[in-house]
Design a protein. Sequence first.
Length: 146
Amino acid sequence: MEDNYESLKIENQICFPLYATSKEIIRQYQPFLSELDLTYTQYITMLVLWEYGDTNMKELGKHLFLNSGTLTPLVKKLEDKGYVKRKRNRKDERNLIIVLTPQGLALKEKAVVIPQEMGRCVKLSPEEAGQLYKILYKVLAQLEEE
């Protein structure tokens, strides 16, 4: 009977090390992000905007794997900080475009050191990091299909 419950052991859950690792890595980001007055979720939102420029809410949500219920207050907080502006698309008023402000663009210069600093926290070889990256994105792609 005990063997029936083997799958319920926490050590047999693939989700647990993913959760714990994510939580700990985000914790490692905090000292760097607090200097920029950003949460981790605000930081990854800014990463998308720095990479892609003006982006509508739907595309932003796709990049971040966030729904509009989470994204709307997040973008509003970034707007309150002066990093972004929300604008209506002239062709389609329902379409909300997120635009970086000069302040938001300038923040990129301060943030550029964060990936290097985080590389010192997570001690993986470039090969290991590449393998992990590929596996995680493979899992994400499979989950998106469902």
